[in-house]
Write a protein that binds this ligand. Structure first.
Ligand code: SAM
Length: 403
């Protein structure tokens, strides 16, 4: 098994932002507000927060959290780049896969639409393929991103924009069509744990003697302890003492709520992650938690609270289990590269109007497809209900045996 380069990169020392760009004055002001809110929350909660509660505040506190406040986040001026920001090729291939499931009376619901890049690309391409859904719903938890999406999509032709509707909650009626989430599962708050000879510890957050945010471990609460024992029993090597990792139990109700919504069609997910036995392989005994700040990755979630993204790799086995429990079929699981190649990325090149455009697309495709970039680390998963159409995007590779 090859370990992605990110995991062998030297750690930066906690509290030493070596190699990281300094925050601007405006960011320092946000950092001060975000840190003060976290300290107040910690005091109110008796001095210790489970890591998922910390993340909820860190990422989504209204006006303060990383996703809720005004940080650039995506693209060259932000902290990280997502596939829809890299290239419209990503959205074009998704449109090709989704087109047979859309059309009159259908809906496409995009969760966590980021800058709106994917929505814009999809609507334009689906129009070209004559497969526009009746509704293009967006459910976005960040008010700041919602405004950015509105501004971006305002440039769409009126007949496309008229289909877009922002929702505050999942729609009340069922959806026939597609529910789509790119890099949303990894943005759900997750718990952290450590295995010891004496059982599992839950890794949480406290203020140290100097009033700084720091790790603090407690014996895992009964529910978490049971869940970790269940996972350990499934793993060939269990969790050896010293293993530190993450798990996201919020995945279960999230998938259940999406499954309940889907009358007929497909839930299509893209994210970085692995099946459970690879994710919790002894080679990953330090876990997969990563922070992204201005295109640098490091592993200190207490640095720059509110200014940096904090996420962990997704356990695709957990998603598949939650889907099966909710009567969805796990209809496809493959690498992002395999999905894009199966969904006609080459055809997109052939359709490019000239050599200059082909050269641009070729550089973008490398980033989406190459194993050292997004091609293998990112996976595509299709969870379906009641459809007979073949899923073209999953025709080239079937990794379901790894779940
Ligand atoms: C890493 S960003 C990805 C953005 C976009 N999908 C892309 O690929 O560029 C995560 C997105 O998910 C949103 N988000 C997080 N939790 C969510 C939830 N429970 N429901 C809907 N959106 C959510 C965030 O606000 C943000 O827009």
């Amino acid at each position: 098994m090859t370990v992605p380069p990110e995991f062998t990169a030297p750690k930066i020392a906690a509290g030493l932002p070596s190699g990281l760009p300094a925050p601007t004055d405006e960011q320092l002001a946000q950092l001060a507000s975000s840190s003060a809110a976290l300290q107040a929350l910690l005091r109110a909660r008796g001095g210790w927060l489970p890591f998922d509660d910390y993340l909820q505040q860190l990422l989504y506190a209204p006006g303060l959290g990383y996703y809720s406040a005004g940080a650039a986040k995506f693209g060259a001026a932000g902290d990280f780049v997502t596939a829809p920001e890299v290239s419209p090729l990503f959205g074009h291939c998704i449109a090709r896969q989704c087109a047979p499931l859309l059309g009159a009376g259908s809906a496409l619901l995009e969760l966590g639409a980021g800058s709106g890049a994917l929505a814009e690309t999809l609507l334009r391409k689906l129009s070209q393929l004559q497969a526009l859904p009746r509704h293009y719903y967006i459910l976005e938890v960040s008010a700041d991103l919602r405004e950015r999406q509105r501004a971006r999509l305002a440039t769409l032709p009126a007949e496309l924009l008229a289909r877009v509707q922002w929702l505050d909650a999942l729609p009340a009626q069922g959806v026939r069509g597609v529910v789509l989430a790119n890099e949303v599962a990894d943005a759900l708050p997750f718990q952290c744990f450590a295995a010891t000879d004496a059982g599992f510890l839950e890794r949480g957050v406290r203020l140290d003697a100097a009033g700084k945010l720091a790790w603090a471990e407690r014996p895992a609460r009964a529910e978490l302890q049971r869940e970790l024992e269940r996972l350990a029993a499934e793993l060939p090597a269990g969790f050896a003492p010293g293993f530190q990792g993450e798990l996201c139990t919020r995945i279960d109700p999230w998938i259940a709520s999406l499954a309940a919504l889907l009358d007929e069609g497909m839930l299509l997910l893209f994210d970085y992650g692995l099946g459970r036995s690879e994710l919790y392989h002894p080679q990953r005994s330090a876990g997969t938690l990563r922070c992204h700040y201005r295109h640098r990755a490091h592993d200190d979630p207490f640095l720059y609270p509110g200014l940096q993204d904090v996420s962990a790799w997704v356990d695709f086995t957990r998603i598949a289990e939650a889907a099966s429990a909710a009567d969805l079929e796990v209809a496809g699981y493959c690498t992002q590269a395999a999905f894009l190649l199966s969904s006609g990325i080459e055809q997109e090149f052939l359709e490019a109007p000239d050599g200059a455009q082909r050269a641009r697309l070729s550089a973008q495709a490398r980033e989406l497809l190459m194993p050292g970039e997004m091609g293998e680390t990112f996976k595509a998963m299709a969870l379906t209900r009641g459809i007979t159409q073949p899923l073209t995007g999953f025709g080239l590779q079937d990794l379901r045996r790894l779940l």
